[in-house]
Design a protein around this ligand. Structure first.
Ligand code: 2HG
Ligand code: ZN
Length: 464
C-alpha cells in the first residue's frame, strides 16, 4: 500500500492529495515559497498525529507540521512531493482551564484569538498577542517561539509554557503536560521544542501560564525627538507605572507615510519623524494607571524626549492607535515586496544601531526605509523598500542580499540577532549558518541527530 493510501485509510477524507485542495496550504504567507507535498492530512487527536508519524516511519517519508501558515520564514511550507503536510488546525480543543493555578491546557491547532476569548470568559488572560492572532495557531506560536506585542512584560511564547505534549520522530509521545510552576527534575526537555520549528517533533498540546485579566489599559501615542529619546523614555515609563508597561512600540515617520499612501482611513494623531505607542495595563482598580501615565508624559515632555502626546480616551481610540501600528506590514505588502528584517540588539544600543545602519546603507541608495517594531524588546523591523516608481521585485533581486548583509552584520557586530522573533524556517538557514555560534550550531546538529536521526521532521528548515 502507498503512504497516501495508508493515510487515507487512517483519516478518510481528512487526507487529500488533490492539487486544488492542497494549493493554498503549499504557499507561505509572504508568497516567497510555493511547495509540493505527497498529501495533506488533518489529524484530530494526538493519537492520530502519532499514527501519521508512525506511517511516515514505515514508508520512510518525512513530514512538515503546519499551523495557521502565517510565519514569515517559510517554516511550514513543504518542499518535495514526497513529504506529508501535517496540518494541525483540527487538533483544536481547549482541554482544561484551571482558574486557581491560572493555567490552560490547549491543543496545537487552537487559534490564538480563540484562546484569548476562552480564557477571558473565565476572567483570565493569555498575553501572547500579535497582528496575525485571528489566524495563527498555538502550535506554530510555540514551535517558532513567537514574540509579538506584549513580550516586554510577559515574555516570548516559550516563556509562557509550563508543559508540552510532543509527538516524537519515532511516533512516540512525550508528555510533560503538568500545570506545575516548579518541577526541577532534570533537563527541561520542553525547551528543546520551543523554537525548534517542528524539526525535533510535532507539538500537539501545551500547558500555558495565565494571568488575571487586565481591567485597565492606558494607551498613549507620543511623537518623540528621536530613537535615543524613545529608549530613555522606556525605563522612565517602567518606573513611573510600577512596571506596568505592556507594550512599547516604535514607529518611524517613513512607516506612517507608507500607511497614509496605501491603507485608507488611518491617520496618525501627531506629526513627526519618530513615534512611540506606549501601553500600560494591569489588573488594577479603575483609573489606577491614568495619573501615572499623565505624570510620565509630563516628565517626558519636560525632558524634551517627547514633543507631543495624546492619550486614548476610549476603547475605540485605543483600537485606532493600535491599528496604525498593526497595519504597517499590510502597507508594506501593498507597496510591493519589501526586504524584511527582524533584528535585535541590547536596548541601550538601539540608538547607535539606528544611527549607523542608514550610513552603511547609503552606498546602496536609492531605497526607502520602513523602521518600526518592538523597541521595548530591543527588536526592530528594519525593513527596506524599493524607491517609489521602481520595480520591487527587481530591486529585491539586485540589492536584497547586499542590504540584508548590512542590516544583519551591524546587528551581529553589536551582539544582537538577525532573527529576533520570526525564526529561521527555510528563509534564514544560511544566515544561521553564517552568524550562529559554532559551538551552538554543533550542539544543535548533535541534538537533531540524536532525536531525529533519519531527518524525518521538517527537513531543510532551521538547520540546512
Ligand atoms: C510586526 O511586528 C510583525 O508587525 C511583522 O512582526 C513585521 O512585517 C514585518 O516586517
Ligand atoms: Zn514584530
Amino acid at each position: 500500500m502507498t503512504l497516501v493510501n495508508a493515510l487515507a485509510g487512517l483519516l478518510g477524507d481528512r487526507c487529500t492529495a488533490s492539487a486544488d485542495a492542497m494549493a493554498s496550504y503549499l504557499e507561505d504567507e509572504r508568497g516567497l515559497y510555493r511547495g509540493e507535498a505527497a498529501c495533506l492530512v488533518f489529524p484530530e487527536s494526538t493519537d492520530e498525529v502519532a499514527a501519521v508519524v508512525r506511517l511516515c516511519v514505515e514508508h520512510g517519508a518525512s513530514l512538515v507540521p503546519q499551523g495557521g501558515n502565517t510565519g514569515y520564514c517559510g517554516g511550514a511550507t513543504p518542499s518535495s512531493a514526497t513529504q506529508v503536510l501535517l496540518n494541525l488546525s483540527r487538533l483544536n480543543r481547549i482541554r482544561a482551564i484551571d482558574p486557581v493555578g491560572m493555567t490552560v491546557t490547549a491543543e496545537a491547532g487552537v487559534i490564538l484569538a480563540n484562546l484569548h476569548d476562552a480564557v477571558e470568559a473565565e476572567d483570565l488572560f493569555f498575553p501572547l498577542s500579535m497582528g496575525s492572532e485571528g489566524s495563527c495557531q498555538l502550535g506554530g506560536n510555540l514551535a517558532t517561539n513567537a514574540g509579538g506585542l506584549a513580550v516586554l512584560k510577559y515574555g516570548m511564547a516559550g516563556e509562557l509554557v509550563l508543559g508540552l505534549e510532543v509527538v516524537l520522530p519515532d511516533g512516540s509521545v512525550l508528555n510533560t503536560l503538568k500545570p506545575l510552576r516548579k518541577d526541577n527534575t532534570g533537563y527541561h526537555l520542553r525547551q528543546l521544542f520551543l523554537g525548534a520549528e517542528g524539526t525535533l517533533g510535532v507539538i500537539t498540546a501545551a500547558v500555558l501560564k495565565l494571568f488575571p485579566r487586565p481591567t485597565e489599559f492606558q494607551t498613549a501615542w507620543l511623537s518623540v525627538s528621536g530613537v535615543a529619546a524613545a529608549c530613555q523614555l522606556l525605563p522612565l515609563a517602567r518606573r513611573a507605572s510600577g512596571d506596568c508597561v505592556t507594550s512599547f512600540e516604535y514607529i518611524s515617520g517613513q512607516s506612517l507615510a507608507l500607511l497614509a499612501q496605501h491603507v485608507e482611513g488611518l491617520r496618525p494623531p501627531l506629526a513627526g519623524e519618530h513615534h512611540v505607542l506606549l501601553e500600560l495595563s494591569g489588573a488594577l482598580p479603575p483609573g489606577g494607571l491614568r495619573p501615572q501615565l499623565e505624570q510620565l508624559l509630563e516628565q517626558a515632555l519636560e525632558a524634551g524626549w517627547a514633543e507631543d502626546a495624546v492619550i486614548a480616551e476610549s476603547l475605540d481610540q485605543r483600537r485606532a492607535l493600535w491599528a496604525l501600528r498593526e497595519n504597517i506590514p499590510e502597507a508594506e505588502k501593498r507597496a510591493g515586496r519589501s526586504i524584511k528584517h527582524d533584528v535585535s540588539v541590547p536596548i541601550a544600543d538601539i540608538p547607535a544601531y539606528c544611527e549607523q545602519a542608514p550610513r552603511r546603507l547609503a552606498a546602496l541608495e536609492p531605497l526607502r526605509l520602513s523602521i518600526y517594531g518592538h523597541i521595548g524588546d530591543g527588536n526592530l523591523h528594519y525593513n527596506v523598500l524599493a524607491p517609489e516608481a521602481s520595480d520591487p521585485a527587481a530591486f529585491k533581486t539586485d540589492k536584497g542580499e547586499a542590504i540584508s548583509r548590512v542590516v544583519h552584520d551591524l546587528a551581529a557586530e553589536m551582539g544582537g540577532s538577525f532573527s529576533a522573533e520570526h525564526g529561521i524556517g527555510q528563509l534564514k538557514t544560511a544566515e544561521l549558518a553564517r552568524y550562529g555560534d559554532p559551538a551552538a550550531l554543533a550542539l544543535m546538529r548533535a541534538l537533531k541527530l540524536a532525536i531525529d536521526p533519519e531527518g524525518r521532521m521538517n527537513p531543510g528548515k532551521l538547520l540546512d
